[in-house]
Ligand binder design. Structure first.
Ligand code: NAI
Ligand code: K
Length: 354
């Protein structure tokens, strides 16, 4: 891990094993330049430890950029628990994980991600003070999908205005959403209520059944290709990372990509492919920061009104990134990275002066 963290730029990577509970987890801290490293815990049946490590390294770096550009006084980190959440999750395992989080003495603050929920954070919090995303009954921020979906919508509005001059007519607002889980479902419902045409795809039949039952007029695409090639204005990836690659980008009919998933680009060449096809990419970590803004607010005592006001700024930040990109003649992903990296470097420098 030492060599790995030097090469990848991470500050610290911790492997956690607790045999009695079966816990196998990795906590990665990319940067504490701006403050404690905040990022969720993903509970996922990784095929092997190498896959889990690759994921947590990438996700923790993404969190550092996300927190930096959101203007939070927080660094970037992430945790992964290797296992099937439906089968392997237990009080013992979550508390064992909480012990490891506590052992980092506040350098890492955890929260929910794929496969973990507020009720799980309540259990982790019985062993650690460095937990957010707890239940609202316990003073927590609750389900962060609320402000994540809110922020993605604001980012979509900014992107729509950039491409079509305004949000709404004359374009049709045909939105394709991959993944109707916690975030994608809310996004789909709000857009449908606003009168947009919403087409969704999910690999989980239960998620599709719920969407069909609760979102009037929602259309279901049988597979990803059908979704990508549907006549879309906006494609919103809200499932797992890596959906955009050479193949999927070549099929995409949308002019805007704006969604909640972390690390939507399979690799760094994909941003250029999108740009070459005239597709505006709203950088994932810019528009999906609502969730971390929501849970970060819990650190000082959660207030939904305050957190929503802060998440509202995602609209201005997204516009600023498009503006900076145009002014510097770079793609939006490059403009966003420059802003995030500058804030981390500037404040890291100032904060080492005693
Ligand atoms: P979730 O687990 O509730 O929903 C994900 C949905 O995607 C599920 O319904 C799942 O069946 C579906 N899915 C998985 N693989 C798929 C595939 N290959 N094709 C189609 N559908 C697929 O997760 P949640 O919370 O809605 O998050 C969605 C994405 O947004 C994730 O990538 C997450 O990391 C990211 N995100 C979530 C935040 C939050 O506050 N919940 C904050 C920032 C990012
Ligand atoms: K997250």
């Amino acid at each position: 891990a030492g060599v790995l963290s030097r090469e990848s730029g991470h500050e610290q990577v911790v492997f956690c094993h607790e045999p009695r509970s079966g816990l196998r987890a990795i906590i990665a801290i990319y940067s504490t330049a701006l403050g404690p490293a905040l990022g969720g815990t993903r509970f996922y049946p990784y095929a092997c430890e190498e896959d889990a490590l690759a994921d947590v390294l990438e996700l923790s770096k993404g969190m550092a950029y996300k927190n930096a550009i959101a203007g939070l006084d927080l660094g970037g980190g992430k945790a992964v628990i290797i296992g099937d959440p439906e089968r392997d999750k237990s009080e013992m395992l979550l508390r064992a994980f909480g012990r490891f989080v506590q052992s980092l003495a506040g350098r890492y603050i955890t929260a929910c991600d794929i496969g973990t929920f507020s009720a799980d954070m309540d259990v982790v919090a019985r062993e650690s003070s460095y937990v957010t995303g707890r239940s609202t009954e316990l003073g927590g921020a609750g389900d962060s999908a609320v402000l994540t979906a809110h922020g993605v919508l604001l980012g979509m509005r900014a992107a729509g205005e950039q491409v079509w001059g305004r949000w709404g007519a004359p374009w049709q607002r045909r939105i394709g959403i991959q993944g109707v889980g916690k975030v994608g479902f809310r996004l789909a419902r709000t857009l449908a209520e606003e009168g947009a045409t919403v087409i969704v795809h999910d690999v989980d039949q239960r998620a599709l059944d719920r969407a069909r039952a609760e979102i009037p007029g929602v259309q279901i695409a049988p597979d990803l290709d059908a979704l990508l090639t549907a006549d879309l204005d906006v494609f919103a990836p809200c499932a797992m990372g890596g959906v955009l690659d050479e193949r999927t980008v070549s099929r995409l009919s949308a002019r805007v990509v704006c969604g909640a998933a972390n690390n939507q680009l399979a690799d760094e060449t994909v941003a250029k492919l999108l740009d070459d096809r005239g597709i505006l990419y709203a950088p994932d970590y810019v528009v999906n920061a609502g969730g971390v803004i929501q849970v970060a607010d819990e650190i000082g005592g959660f207030d939904l009104v305050r957190a929503t006001k802060r998440a509202d700024r995602i609209y201005d930040v997204t516009r600023e990134i498009f503006r900076r990109g145009a002014a510097d003649r770079v793609r939006p992903d490059v403009a966003a990275a420059r802003i995030a990296e500058a804030r981390m470097a500037d404040l890291a420098a100032v904060r080492t002066v005693h």
